[in-house]
Design a protein around this ligand. Structure first.
Ligand SMILES: [Zn+2]
Length: 382
């Protein structure tokens, strides 16, 4: 793989701690705390394909204080507030990939029978969203996920009096430990507020927490980050596993690993040969046999790729997919280096029942594991 080896990654000591809130089939509009199920599933598939292993905050404490080993590519997946969707939608996806979540929950909003919503957050910021029940939190805990503390009632800690702050911080730990019969060792500051206050930090340590996270965006580092104020990476719907070379900063893989290679692929030209030789047309008839050569160029990092071609016909009835090379006749390039155009050749016969008409072509270029997409674009016949 044309990627930095694990030795190099280990030397960077980067620890991506991803911060999610809510996942849904169809999210509410104008609320950046949502990620669609489709985007989330693809993000998890990419983490799995690239060898990431989820760890817990206790694993990090044990690594730092007791020199216990961590897997080569550790990552922490955090879900704030304890939404019901984490139980019903996120959990099955994590289990498919063997991943474990860390949920930061507020006991005052976790119901026994009655399901609460996020009333602290409704108004200008968010929409009412259902919270988990204790029995759901207990199932998650039993399956190896961690439920950690996010105060009792999600206040802005830097605006409440010292006694209330203490009750919120220490009380959340006690309540979760009692309800789930587990040790709670990590604390997440609501809204990230108060992480810079030495008094609040004292309360967090004094309450028995061994680690804490802020909501400051950034990469945590195993060697240099303060374990009582670990930064996290806020993941949004825009963090795609499809690379947009104009916006590489929102490419999901680049967010979790700043050294991840970025190709920059575009189509140079396309040549089509029909049975009589090179054609110079985009209008084809059913039964015709075509050889299609797509020349693409990579002006970025060298990567190994799979390329697939889709041919879409339009006979006045709207677009209709009539050929897709994936997966049978995809073309593999190892490596797809920077510079000269490289050729991707496909042969296909227009089905007899396809209508005669205009055709257009789309080339789709993926990483060698077929979980990321580096390019997706159309091309005209020459
Ligand atoms: Zn929160």
């Amino acid at each position: 793989m044309l990627w930095e080896d694990d030795q190099t990654l280990r030397e960077t000591r980067n620890l991506p701690i991803l911060a999610y809130h809510k996942v849904a089939d169809v999210p509410y509009p104008c609320d950046s705390a949502w990620v669609t199920l489709h985007v989330f599933s693809r993000q998890m598939a990419a983490l799995h394909a690239y060898g990431y292993t989820t760890v817990s905050f206790l694993d990090i404490v044990n690594f730092k204080k007791r020199s216990m080993a961590l897997p080569p590519r550790p990552i922490i997946l955090t879900f704030d507030d304890g939404y019901e969707c984490v139980y019903s939608l996120v959990r099955p996806i994590l289990s498919k990939f063997g991943f474990k979540a860390t949920c930061f929950i507020c006991p005052d909003y976790i119901g026994t029978e009655y399901r609460y919503d996020n009333s602290w957050d409704v108004g200008d910021r968010g929409w009412p969203t259902s919270m988990m029940l204790w029995k759901e939190a207990a199932i998650m805990q039993a399956e190896g996920h961690s439920c950690e503390a996010h105060t009792l009632s999600h206040p802005r800690l830097d605006t409440v009096n010292p006694w209330k702050a203490y009750r919120e911080i220490a009380g959340a730990k006690k309540e979760i430990e009692k309800r789930l019969n587990t040790a709670v060792t990590c604390f997440a500051y609501p809204f990230g507020d108060g992480v810079d206050s030495s008094f609040l930090r004292f309360l967090v340590s004094h309450s028995g927490y061994m680690s804490a996270v802020s909501y400051d965006s950034g990469m945590a580092n195993l060697a240099t980050s303060d374990i009582m104020a670990l930064p996290r990476i806020k993941i949004t719907q825009d963090h795609s596993v499809d690379l947009n070379s104009d916006h590489p900063e929102s490419f999901f893989m680049r967010i979790i690993d700043p050294s991840f290679p970025l190709p920059r692929i575009s189509i140079d030209h396309i040549e089509i040969y029909d049975s009589l030789g090179k054609g110079n047309r985009t209008f084809f008839a059913p039964g015709e046999c075509l050889t299609i050569e797509v020349f693409a160029v990579n002006n970025g990092c060298a990567v190994n790729v799979w390329a697939s071609l889709q041919i879409i016909g339009n006979a006045g009835k709207g677009d209709l997919l009539i050929f897709n090379s994936h997966p049978k006749t995809d073309v593999y390039k190892k490596p797809f280096t920077c510079g000269l155009p490289q050729e991707f050749t496909y042969i296909f016969r227009i089905p007899d029942d396809a209508a005669a008409g205009e055709y257009h072509f789309k080339l789709s270029i993926h990483d060698e594991l077929y979980v990321l997409r580096y390019f997706h674009g159309g091309a005209e016949g020459e």
